[in-house]
Write a protein that binds this ligand. Structure first.
Ligand code: PLP
Length: 387
C-alpha cells in the first residue's frame, strides 16, 4: 500500500512521505542506494529515470520528497552541508551587481559566504535588523535588492521576525525572501506557508537530530526557481551522499517528539535563569519578557530548544560558565539529542568578530538536548555556582 502523505498531519508525513517500502523485498525501510551509477537497458534505457548519482539517487529522492512535504513546498533539494545548500540557492539567483539584504545576526558562516565568497564576484551585502520591519522596508531597494535573507529565531540572540510581513516587503521590492529554518526546524514553523519564497536548512542540526551527519537543504514552491536550484545541484554537484541522506531521513521521523522535548527543557531552564543573580539576560522567545514573544507564539508551534544567556559577570564569567558544565558539552553545532554549550563570539560567530554582527562577549549559547530536564537544569546551576 502506498500513502497519500499529503493528506496527513506533520507527524504522519514525517514518517511516511517519500518512504514507501521496498517493492522487491518488502523491506519496510527503503534501502540505502549506495551506488555511483545505474545500469542502462540499452543506451538511454534508464530504470526509473536513474542514470548517475550526481543527477539523482533514490535515497536522496526519498529525503527530498520528505523535506518538500514537511515544509509544504513543491520541491526540495538536498546538499552536502547547510552552506552548500545556501550557496546553490544563491548561485541560482545572484548575478554580478546583485544586492543581498541579510539579517544582522545570522549564522556567521552565512554572512561569510556572501561577504567573502560572493563579494569578489560583484555581489553587495547589506545587513539590517530583520525583526524591525520598518528598517527592512527602508533598506530594501525595489529593483535592486535581489534577496532578503532571514533567520528567525536568529542566531544566537533569538530575535523573532514576522515572516508574513517580511514576505510582503520582499514581494513589493521584487526580492526573493529566504528563511533559514535551521533553528526553528520544520516542525515549529513552515515559512513557505507564510509567504516565503525559499527555505534553507542545515539538516546537520534538528532534522538529522543526532549529531552524526552533515547536510543541507533548499525547499522552494515555484517551478522556475526549482529548475534553477535543481540545475545547480546537478551542475555544481554539492549533493548529499546516500548514507547522509538516509541518516537524515531516519532522524526526521522523530523530529516532532524531539522538538517537543527540546522545547520543554529549554523553557524549564529559561524560566529558572531569568531571576538568577549571575545572569543579566536570557534570550528565549518562550519568555513573556522576550520582545518577540507574542509574535513567536503566533508564528511558531513551539519555542524550540535554543536559548542564549548573557552573564552579568561579563566575558570571563561567560567563558567560565561554558567550561564548567558537565552534561552540556562544549562544542560547535546544535540541534542534536545531546545538550551542547558554545561561546559564539569565539566559536560559531568568530568569523564576524569586528563586524556589526559581532556577538556580545558575555553571551553563551545553549542547545538544550532531550536528556532529563531536571538533570540539565542542575548542571546549568552548578556551572553558574562556579563563576
Ligand atoms: N544555518 C544555521 C542557522 C547554522 O547554525 C548553520 C551551522 O551552524 C548553517 C546554516 C550552516 O550549516 P552547515 O554547518 O551544515 O554547513
Amino acid at each position: 500500500m502506498t500513502h497519500d502523505a499529503s493528506a496527513h498531519a506533520f507527524e504522519t508525513r514525517a514518517i511516511h512521505a517519500g518512504q514507501e517500502f521496498d517493492p522487491t523485498t518488502g523491506a519496510i525501510i527503503p534501502p540505502i542506494y549506495q551506488t555511483s551509477t545505474f545500469v542502462q537497458d540499452g543506451i538511454g534505457g534508464f530504470r526509473g529515470g536513474y542514470e548517475y548519482g550526481r543527477s539523482a539517487n533514490p535515497t536522496r529522492d526519498s529525503l527530498q520528497t520528505l523535506l518538500a512535504s514537511l515544509e509544504q513546498g513543491s520541491s526540495a533539494f538536498s546538499f552536502a552541508s547547510g552552506l552548500a545548500a545556501e550557496d546553490a540557492l544563491l548561485r541560482s539567483v545572484l548575478t554580478p551587481g546583485s544586492r543581498v539584504l541579510m539579517g544582522n545576526d545570522v549564522y556567521g558562516g552565512t554572512h561569510r559566504l556572501v561577504n567573502r565568497v560572493w563579494a569578489p564576484w560583484g555581489v553587495t551585502l547589506e545587513t539590517v535588523d530583520m525583526s524591525d520591519l520598518d528598517a527592512v522596508r527602508a533598506a530594501a531597494r525595489p529593483g535592486e535588492t535581489t534577496v532578503l535573507w532571514v533567520e528567525t529565531p536568529s542566531n544566537p540572540l533569538m530575535k523573532i521576525t514576522d515572516i508574513a510581513g517580511l514576505s510582503e516587503i520582499g514581494r513589493a521590492a521584487g526580492a526573493l525572501v529566504v528563511v533559514d529554518n535551521t533553528f526553528a526546524s520544520s516542525y515549529v514553523q513552515q515559512p513557505i506557508t507564510l509567504g516565503a519564497d525559499a527555505v534553507v536548512h542545515s539538516t546537520t542540526k534538528y532534522l538529522g537530530g543526532h549529531s552524526d551527519t552533515l547536510g543541507g537543504a533548499v525547499v522552494v514552491n515555484d517551478d522556475e526557481l526549482a529548475s534553477k536550484v535543481g540545475f545547480m545541484q546537478f551542475g555544481a554537484g554539492a549533493i548529499s551522499a546516500p548514507m547522509e541522506a538516509w541518516l537524515t531521513v531516519r532522524g526526521i521521523k522523530t523530529l516532532g517528539v524531539r522538538v517537543d522535548r527540546h522545547s520543554d527543557n529549554a523553557q524549564l531552564i529559561a524560566d529558572a535563569l531569568v531571576s538568577h543573580p549571575a545572569v543579566e539576560t536570557v534570550y528565549y522567545p518562550g519568555l513573556e519578557s522576550h520582545p518577540g514573544h507574542a509574535l513567536a507564539a503566533r508564528q511558531m508551534k513551539r519555542f524550540g530548544g535554543m536559548l542564549s544567556v548573557g552573564l552579568a559577570g561579563g566575558p570571563a564569567a561567560a567563558k567560565t560558565f561554558a567550561e564548567s558544565t558537565e552534561l552540556f558539552q562544549l562544542a560547535e553545532s546544535l540541534g542534536g539529542v545531546e545538550s551542547l554549550i558554545g561561546y559564539p563570539s569565539e566559536m560559531t560567530h568568530a568569523s564576524v568578530k569586528g563586524t556589526e554582527l559581532e556577538v556580545p562577549e558575555n553571551v553563551i549559547r545553549l542547545s538544550v538536548g532531550i536528556e532529563s530536564g531536571n538533570d540539565l537544569l542542575a548542571d546549568v546551576l552548578q556551572a553558574l555556582d562556579r563563576i
